[in-house]
Design a protein around this ligand. Structure first.
Ligand code: DP6
Length: 338
């Protein structure tokens, strides 16, 4: 099945709706997976092998302004700069928008602002595609429900389907070939004391995309067959931890899940290593702090930067050990970009 078939199924006649002549705006938060999505059962539709679970980062994310462009080409802006149409950023956006041009062959002007470092493993494409889908929904007045929006966002980037809600979100893998049952769902739990610390060790673009890295892991690593069972166990543990506000269980499970994902990459071929020496030094420092009884854990995505997990009662102490740490309280903040 092709992306366009999914779009046609969801939008039907609405694909030919006339666009709103005004500029529309939308914001979507970035999300950090506590139980990771790593591996696809369908590469065209970004359908995952396993379910996954994330936490959204409040006001950290992407704000998108969208309108039609009169000229016969798209215009893409990122943080105030016009992007070359041959850049990776523009090419990804353009091919996604191709799905929505309809018989009017619309062209778009997309102005994206993000307050997270791009391509540094902080899931900027997730909030980017989620914000774009929300903006398209407004521009064409499709009036889609959140599950349909989540499916559309997934077609841009898998993890984007979790970026439509604040707080905890679970992405159910689904079993249908069309992926109509593979979308994000909000978990209604508030954990006011939970903090996420962003620790940037390097802001350069990552050497290999998560898309390529996960496919290489699936294709070349015999241990990948163990990953779905690991995820099943971790999902149960994380949901229990959220239910019971059991921080040690949450931290331990999220850290172990991330380390398993990275060890699968290390044992893929050619091997993939996102960690830099500074990343390793920080992980060792975190383990040393835990030895001293401080409840701090980490997770890491497709980049060298780390996200620390801890409770607000320890925030000052953790900050003193990591002075450059940016602390987010996911259940306290609201969008500052809108
Ligand atoms: C490590 O969602 O960027 O952040 O579906 O190919 O666009 P594509 O991949 P992407 O992968 C995210 C990988 C991850 C884990 C996660 O967010 O669950």
């Amino acid at each position: 099945m092709k992306k366009q078939d999914v779009i046609n199924q969801i939008l039907g006649d609405r694909l030919e709706n006339l666009a709103n002549p005004l500029l529309v705006k939308a914001f979507a938060p970035t999300n950090i997976a506590l139980c990771k999505y790593w591996g696809k059962r369908d590469q065209e539709l970004n359908l995952p092998v396993t379910s996954s679970l994330s936490i959204s980062l409040g006001s950290k994310g992407t704000s998108t302004e969208l309108c039609l462009n009169e000229q016969a080409q798209d215009i893409f802006m990122l943080n105030g700069e016009v992007m070359s149409l041959s850049s990776n950023f523009s090419r990804r956006l353009e091919s996604f928008l191709d799905l929505f041009r309809g018989r009017h062959s619309w062209h778009f002007r997309v102005e994206t602002k993000t307050n997270i470092p791009l391509a540094a493993g902080l899931a900027s494409s997730a909030s980017g595609f989620a914000a774009l889908v929300l903006a398209l929904n407004k521009l064409f007045d499709w009036q889609l429900d959140s599950h349909q929006l989540s499916i559309l966002a997934r077609l841009g980037s898998g993890s984007a389907c979790r970026s439509l809600w604040p707080g905890f979100v679970e992405w159910s893998k689904g079993i249908e070939r069309s992926g109509m049952d593979s979308y994000g769902k909000e978990i209604s739990a508030v954990w006011a004391e939970l903090c996420i610390g962003l620790l940037m060790v390097n802001e350069n673009e990552k050497p290999i995309s998560s898309r390529e890295a996960m496919q290489r892991t699936v294709d070349t690593n015999m241990f990948y067959s163990l990953w779905p069972e690991k995820v099943n166990q971790d999902l149960v543990a994380i949901k229990k931890a959220i239910d019971e506000k059991d921080f040690l269980l949450l931290g331990k499970t999220a850290e172990s899940n991330a380390l398993t994902m990275h060890s699968l990459m290390l044992s893929a071929w050619p091997p993939i290593q996102y960690a830099l020496p500074e990343t390793v030094a920080v992980t060792q420092k975190i383990w040393a702090l835990r030895q001293q009884g401080i409840a701090v854990y980490f997770t890491q995505d497709a980049g060298p930067n780390l996200k620390l997990l801890f409770l607000s009662a320890d925030a000052a102490l953790i900050q003193s050990h990591f002075p450059t740490l940016e602390i987010i309280k996911p259940f306290e903040t609201s969008s500052s970009l809108e």
